[in-house]
Ligand binder design. Structure first.
Ligand code: BG6
Ligand code: MG
Length: 235
């Protein structure tokens, strides 16, 4: 039975890719390291320090101490937060807003499961500071996706079993985290194109159909053996 939905934040509820790109690019330029949007795409769903390691793959200078790495990550985050500060409730799309409201109206609990330590700031910029029933983020976990910790914590905060929760993700590592935690997973964006979910959606609002499918008798929703349900992927 579906009782709750746990949403990843970046790339699912809102789009922060460009801000991440601009902030990492400025830091990389300062350090003289090549960085582009293709590398930026690899940072989706990856924690801040693990992202820094990916950015530094092209670094050829003298070895960097842990302290220096922390200061580079802090430099990136400072610029990133100054860009996030430009966000407002207008950056929340009507589609996301109305879909969240419709899911809640069905009696579902709604939570956030994000690797970002900036989750509270982003939610407050979007006007969603008090909206979710639970928030699990980069501030309460020690292991990043694809480890399931962030989603398991969200389910615990909600008081629901993972098997009764649906995870919504845009990153393949996040979809893997959901599956490893025993959750069903609906994907949008990159993860959907990669077919990483049990449902691979072409729109956020298609979540309403996913939620409805849980109300149907099992025979009507049974997946053919070995084939993941994939009703929303474009042909
Ligand atoms: C994830 C993003 O949600 O949060 C990643 O997809 C990001 O790109 C990670 O690196 C950590 O974010 P933050 O805000 O804690 O630096
Ligand atoms: Mg994401």
């Amino acid at each position: 039975m579906l009782k709750a939905i746990i949403f990843d934040l970046d790339g699912v509820i809102c789009s922060t890719d460009e801000y991440h790109y601009l902030a990492w690019k400025a830091m990389a330029d300062d350090l003289g390291v090549y960085f582009d949007r293709t590398i930026n795409n690899r940072l989706r769903g990856v924690s801040r320090m693990a992202s820094l390691d990916i950015v530094l793959e092209r670094y050829e200078g003298p070895a960097l101490s842990e302290e220096r790495k922390l200061s580079l990550a802090a430099q990136k985050n400072e610029l990133y937060r100054s860009l996030l500060a430009r966000m407002s409730p207008e950056d929340l799309s009507d589609e996301v807003k109305t879909t969240l409201a419709a899911l809640r109206a069905r009696g579902l609990k709604l939570a956030i499961g994000s690797s970002s330590k900036n989750t509270p700031f982003i939610l407050s910029r979007l006007g969603l500071g008090d909206y979710f029933d639970a928030i699990s983020d980069g501030n309460n976990i020690v292991r990043s996706k694809p480890d399931p910790e962030v989603f398991l914590r969200a389910a615990e905060y909600l008081g629901e079993a993972p098997s009764d929760c649906l995870v919504v993700e845009d990153a393949v590592s996040g979809a893997e985290a959901g599956h490893r935690g025993g959750f069903q997973v609906a994907c949008v964006g990159d993860a959907s194109l990669a077919g990483a979910g049990d449902w691979n959606l072409t729109s956020f609002s298609a979540l309403l159909q996913v939620a409805e499918s849980f109300d149907c008798p099992p025979a009507a929703t049974a997946k053919p053996a070995g084939v993941a349900a994939n009703p929303y992927l474009p042909l």
